[in-house]
Design a protein around this ligand. Structure first.
Ligand code: IMP
Ligand code: MG
Length: 181
């Protein structure tokens, strides 16, 4: 698919940043890497809604071994900046005790979401917890936190598409766009 040169969501303009092909290629690599580590462990992937829905779907298909999949809904973002608050909107129904967990995030930005959520999970005694994030903005980090599997490290610039939204628009774009300067 050809990426439009510029798109508008609400009042903001965005330019192409990561193509659909580049994203899909990287996810295949991540799937292979995760398979090497988890082939016989039947991990539980926990996708963080809403942003991770598309990445979770493609990562799941790139992981060709037995696994379980679940979602939670956490919320910390308003507009183009982090509100700093993290609220659990939909909790986890599946028991995680003794399970190998892989948290699936669209992007790690300040790190606050996972920094708040990880201790809640660890209280339930999982066998292990790792993080898979499609994108990471290391320069935006407020909490010390790194993903175990990272798709792309990107500069500290607001991006949309492939699950990521600007005030709920842009999630369904198959590629990733960045805010025009
Ligand atoms: P953190 O808690 O600051 O690490 O942010 C995590 C959440 O903020 C992500 O899961 C996204 O939903 C949202 N977010 C962070 N950066 C961006 C961005 O550039 N565009 C859209 N959403 C973002
Ligand atoms: Mg998210």
């Amino acid at each position: 698919m050809i990426m439009p040169k510029s798109i508008q969501l609400h009042d903001l303009h965005f330019t192409p940043y990561l193509s659909e092909a580049a994203i899909q290629k990287r996810i295949q690599e991540m799937g292979q890497q995760i398979e090497e580590d988890y082939r016989d462990k039947k991990p539980l992937f926990i996708g963080i809604l809403n942003g991770a829905f598309m990445f979770m779907a493609d990562l799941a298909r790139a992981c060709r071994f037995d696994a379980d999949f679940a979602f939670v809904r956490l919320n910390s973002y308003e507009g183009t900046g982090s509100s700093g608050k993290v609220v659990t909107m939909i909790g986890l129904k599946a028991p995680v005790e003794g399970r190998h967990l892989i948290l699936v995030e669209d992007i790690i930005d300040t790190g606050r979401t996972l920094h708040t959520f990880l201790p809640q999970l660890e209280q339930q005694n999982p066998a292990s917890v790792r993080i898979a994030a499609l994108l990471s903005k290391p320069q935006a980090r407020v909490k010390p936190l790194e993903a175990d599997y990272t798709g792309f490290e990107i500069p500290n610039r607001f991006v949309v598409g492939y699950g990521l939204d600007y005030n709920e628009l842009g999630r369904n774009l198959p590629a990733i766009y960045q805010l025009k300067e």
